[in-house]
Design a protein around this ligand. Structure first.
Ligand code: NAP
Ligand code: MG
Length: 489
């Protein structure tokens, strides 16, 4: 008979096996109130203040979340400092085992993570289930593998951890961004104080429960919820050694100024406004799928969204017709329904911002086109939208809207499209659709974008580095490159 233990059941699922139907939320138990995760336990916030988190599709309150202030930040940083003295010294192989265990527990609880992510943030369950959660687990698996191979990754350079990493993440991929931040920090022997975004704290708090259950030593990962002020307190804490920030360019600039003159290391993953370029020799039906995925995935709340479409003039009419037809088939609605293509806009505030840009685009003279689908009367929703005949100088072309809104421009020559694609403050990603390998190589070398996808879009993998140029930030996450910001040599 198998020996009974109190160990969590670990199974090595590599394929995504998923049952039963995820839209069933009955068994998802949320607490009424969530506290701060400091030094291995949940503790009340110093201020005794809590803020509400809502389901953006139903406008129902889901729970109250603790708001961490400067004193809580100090407590978490002290716990992380204390934990660092031990964590940085345990054998690298042991460190790897802890990270593997987090990955496996995440797979076991995948269903719960997916449903909570969708309830709290509004993204379609199909995406949380098939993309966000498996990718987050894969990130831990991948970096677990590096833990005892750092000497091999950086030969003759004697890599050492930095200390306490302050990590601040946005609301569009809450669990995935937490994984992108925590996994490489742990693999390299650092400890963590992480703050999720105000509107989507629940999966980070579930992750805190998972981390506690995994037996990771106390204080190695601390999770502090709160608003911008909590993030600023982490940035400004003198004993934080590294800041990893993902969010808007405006806040990224504030952070860079705040730490100027200190010896804190910094990586910034900021906004984007990617060109998705379709040449006349592209497989057009596939390209249309790539356009749809590029801009409507996660309601367009994607830093690397293909939000500027460039179509070669000779095929513009046919591509736009096919795109409009395809948009008619997209289902906007209940994020928990597995047939839904486009879920809820993450917050009232974000919906207001998107609607402001719809007005601006029309005033600027671009032609607004929206699919004729019905949208729920309650909750935050937006129809899939095009701005046809957009010009390079339009604000809807230059500024990040972060919603299901695509601007459409045409071009004649490769030189023209490179010039237009690059003529923007951002440089995070781009897409190229063509039958010619030479054209792909030509473009990838000339587009100033951290990631360029060819004949595909929004493909993510833990092994490949991700990050931007220009106002999209600096530093890379993912792959071997993603280890470097957490090491000193
Ligand atoms: P945001 O407003 O910049 O917020 C990001 C995080 O920073 C949140 O946790 C936020 O807390 C916190 N924060 C706000 N003010 C702060 C301050 N003064 N000091 C320290 N932290 C502060 O961005 P967002 O609206 O959540 O996310 C959308 C943006 O993120 C978009 O621009 C998108 O392109 C970008 N993004 C980039 C990447 C990438 O990899 N390049 C990936 C995803 C998203 P609150 O939530 O409480 O405000
Ligand atoms: Mg919410």
């Amino acid at each position: 008979m198998a020996k009974k233990t109190n160990e969590p059941k670990l199974d090595f699922k590599t394929d995504w096996a998923y049952e039963p139907a995820p839209e069933d939320t009955k068994h998802i138990s949320l607490k009424k109130q969530y506290d701060l995760f400091i030094d291995g336990e949940f503790v009340k916030p110093n201020s005794k203040k809590y803020f509400a988190t809502y389901n953006p599709a139903t406008e129902e309150k889901l729970a109250d979340i603790a708001e961490a202030d400067v004193k809580d930040v100090d407590k978490a940083v002290k716990a992380a400092q204390k934990a660092f003295t031990k964590w940085s010294k345990i054998s690298a192989k042991e460190r790897g085992k802890y990270i593997y265990r987090i990955a496996r527990l995440m797979q076991e609880r995948a269903r719960e993570f997916a449903v909570i992510e969708t309830m709290d943030g509004g993204k379609p369950i199909r995406e949380s289930r098939d993309i966000d959660v498996p990718l987050a687990a894969n990130h831990f698996f991948y970096y677990a593998g590096w833990a005892d191979k750092l000497e091999y990754a950086f030969p003759n350079r004697n890599p050492k951890p930095i200390g306490v990493a302050g990590q601040i993440i946005p609301w569009n991929f809450p669990l995935l961004m937490a994984a992108w931040k925590i996994a490489p920090a742990l693999a390299t022997g650092n400890t963590v104080v992480l703050k999720p975004a105000e509107t989507t704290s629940l999966t980070a708090l579930k992750l805190a429960e998972l981390i506690r259950d995994s037996g990771l030593p106390d204080g190695v990962v601390n999770i502090l919820t709160g608003a911008g002020a909590t993030g600023a307190a982490i940035v400004n804490h003198p004993d934080i050694n590294k800041i990893a920030f993902t969010g808007s360019t405006d806040v990224g600039k504030l952070i860079q100024k705040a730490i100027a003159g200190t010896d804190k290391k910094l990586t910034l993953e900021l906004g984007g406004k990617a060109a998705n370029i379709i040449f006349e020799d592209a497989p057009l039906d596939q390209a249309v799928e790539g356009i749809v995925n590029g801009i409507f995935f996660n309601q367009g709340h994607v830093c690397c969204a293909g939000s500027r479409l460039f179509v070669q003039e000779s095929v513009a009419d046919i591509v736009i017709r096919k795109l409009k037809d395809r948009m008619e088939t997209l289902i906007v609605g209940d994020p928990l329904d597995k047939n839904t293509d486009i879920g809820a806009i993450n917050s009232k505030e974000q919906l207001l911002k998107i609607n402001k840009y719809l007005k601006i685009g029309k005033e600027e003279g671009a032609e607004l086109y929206q699919s004729s689908c019905t949208i729920p009367t309650k909750g935050n929703f937006c129809r899939p939208t095009l701005f046809l005949n957009a010009s390079q100088s339009h604000r809807v072309v230059q500024e990040e809207i972060f919603g299901p809104v695509l601007t459409v421009q045409t071009f004649r020559t490769i030189e023209e499209v490179i010039e237009k694609a690059n003529n923007i403050p951002y440089g995070l990603s781009a897409g190229v659709w063509t039958d010619k390998g030479s054209k792909i190589f030509n473009l990838t070398s000339k587009l100033r974008a951290g990631v360029v996808w060819a004949n595909t879009y929004n493909k993510f993998d833990p092994t490949s580095p991700f990050g931007g140029y220009k106002e999209s930030g600096f530093g890379r996450e993912g792959g071997l490159h993603g280890l470097m910001p957490y090491l000193k040599f």
